[in-house]
Design a protein. Structure first.
Lengths: 252, 308
């Protein structure tokens, strides 16, 4: 059972000063599955992602990647990050590099892949997302949706075991949201293990194998999407979902 | 200035310009009456601004000229500072000295950039092993930012030879150049450091999350962006360095200013100083214009939402 588990959080606790952001969070992410984190802004979704990628340290508990504790202070942070791909809400492409240079940076410098091989692989990935024509462009010449898809390719190019997608559509208009989400759908079909935080509830319901509702740093409800969306057990979940329905982001 | 080109002007222009429509695309677009009226008004306003600017500049120049010319000591001043004959004699000497300034500027400039960048990077190193390095780099910058340039020069030029170290040069020119490098590296390292700190932390986070080490993130992601941003202030430092190369002459090397001083001492006429000053101005103006142009270009790109 644990052999097919890519990511596991055990009683993770994280606070900034007096404010507890994550409180005893438990989570298990099986291989080839998609986990959607939902919850209001400030519920701890982004912090959880940053902790998994070791951009933030945790106060207590443990995070395990493929059964190995990555929050152990003796763990090699760089080696861990190489196995985890991250896509940020604000793209964070490197503005001084072309699309191709952005994508090949990690394969060439971190994984020591030759230039020709790295570029061939990058172009193949870009082609699959319909972005091959943009390989030589700088990020500021691309639309938000294109930039975000390049950021996804950049994360994939390093061949990660796990992909973290942190509100990757939050800065996009509805049309561009569609083109980014279809990429995520493709990745799911190819069996990529993903954890994503999102406000797109319809998408979470469609693509996720498990949905995790965070509220005030606590996992209030967790289960398959049909259960969390269709038959929420907790009052807070019901309130959150009804507010989402009222705002038109999810059909009731 | 009276408002001679009032609102009556533009109306005429509109009626007159029914024919020359802008060739903007093939969609049959013709500028509306409103647009033409607005454009005509803007043109009239621009003409009026130009007129006002010319008039006020001329008036200022005349006032300044009269003030100077009518001052009681003008005749003497004119002979001692603005003597064309002496200027003609001084120019070749000053230019010969200027060679030294230029050589110093270029030689020191390269070293300063290298040391300045090195100091800035050393101060960003993390980890306990690098604590002494960080401390030393910080102490160095603090020391040389505070130490007056002229004292640094005097100590180098007179102090180092006094030590009688074997194998160390006593050439005042080289020692003066070293003093320039010591002081300016501190200034320039602060410029580089501000550039490094201006790169948004999310860029480093993105690089780290791709698996790049701290050093790789610095080398491939942070520094290229930082260096680009600090080019205009670096050029300002270069201009300042260009002038400070003249200070090396306190050790006896003959640069443009010292050449002028020698000439002035012979004739008791100060025109050579003025010539030397003008030569420096002629050299620095293009540099500052380049800095302005670069800054403007970056601002425009940033306004368009692009990267610097």
């Amino acid at each position: 059972m644990s052999g097919t588990e890519v990511l596991r959080l055990e009683s993770v606790r994280k606070s900034f000063g007096d404010q507890v952001v994550l409180r005893d969070v438990d989570l298990a992410v099986p291989e080839h599955s998609v986990t959607a984190l939902i919850g209001a802004s400030g519920s701890g979704k982004s912090t959880l992602m940053r902790c998994v990628n070791l951009l933030e340290g945790i106060d207590d508990g443990a995070i395990l990647l493929d059964g190995e504790e990555i929050t152990d202070p003796r763990a090699d942070e760089d080696a861990v990050r190489r196995r985890i791909g991250v896509v940020f809400q604000s793209y964070n492409l490197f503005p001084h590099m072309t699309v191709l240079e952005n994508i090949t940076l990690a394969p060439r410098r971190v994984h020591r892949v030759g230039r020709a091989e790295a570029e061939a692989k990058a172009l193949a990935l870009l082609d699959r997302l319909g972005l091959a024509a943009k390989a030589g462009e700088y990020p500021d010449r691309l639309s938000g949706g294109q930039q975000q898809r390049v950021a996804i390719v950049r994360a994939l190019a390093a061949g990660p075991r796990l992909l973290l997608l942190d509100e990757i559509t939050a800065a996009l208009d509805p049309v561009l949201v569609g083109e980014v989400l279809s990429v995520v759908r493709d990745l799911k079909e190819q069996g990529m293990t993903m954890v994503l935080s999102t406000h797109e509830m319809g998408f979470a319901r469609e693509v996720a194998d498990q949905v995790c509702f965070l509220d005030g740093g606590v996992v209030l409800e967790q289960g398959p999407p049909e259960q969390v969306f269709g038959d929420p057990q907790e009052e807070r979940t019901r309130q959150f979902l009804s507010r989402i329905v009222a705002s038109g982001r999810l059909q009731g | 200035m009276s408002a001679e080109a009032g609102p009556s002007g533009p109306v005429d222009t509109v009626k007159g310009s029914a024919g020359p429509a802008g060739p903007a695309g093939d969609d049959g677009y013709r500028p509306s009456e409103r647009r033409l009226a607005h454009e005509a008004y803007r043109r009239a306003r621009a003409r009026r601004s130009a007129l006002v600017a010319t008039a006020s500049t001329t008036a200022t120049a005349v006032v300044l000229y009269l003030l100077v010319v009518n001052s009681p000591g003008w005749e003497v001043t004119r002979r001692t500072f603005f003597n064309l004959e002496y200027a003609r004699q001084a120019l070749p000497e000053v230019l010969r000295g200027l060679r030294l300034n230029l050589e110093l500027m270029l030689g020191c400039g390269v070293l300063i950039l290298v040391f300045g960048l090195l100091l800035a990077v050393l101060r960003t190193l993390r980890g306990p092993v690098f604590l002494p390095v960080r401390l030393l780099a910080t102490a160095y910058v603090d020391f040389f930012l505070g130490l007056p340039m002229i004292i640094c020069l005097l100590v180098m030029i007179t102090g180092v030879p006094a030590l009688r170290l074997t194998g160390v040069t006593t050439d005042p020119l080289l020692l003066g150049g070293a003093a320039l490098v010591l002081t300016y590296s501190a200034y320039v390292s602060e410029v580089f450091r501000s550039g490094i700190e201006s790169v948004h932390p999310s860029q480093r986070a993105a690089a780290r999350s791709l698996g790049l080490t701290n050093a790789q993130a610095m080398r491939y992601v942070v520094l290229p962006q930082a260096v680009r941003r600090v080019v205009p202030p670096l050029i300002n430092n270069l201009v300042s360095l260009q002038k400070d190369t003249g200070l090396v002459s306190i050790g006896g090397a003959i640069d443009a200013v010292y050449a002028a001083k020698i000439l002035a001492a012979h004739s008791f006429n100060f025109t050579p100083y003025l010539v030397a000053g003008l030569v420096f101005i002629v050299l620095t103006v293009p540099l500052t214009r380049i800095a302005d142009w670069l800054t403007g270009r970056m601002n425009r790109r940033q306004l368009q939402g692009g990267a610097v």
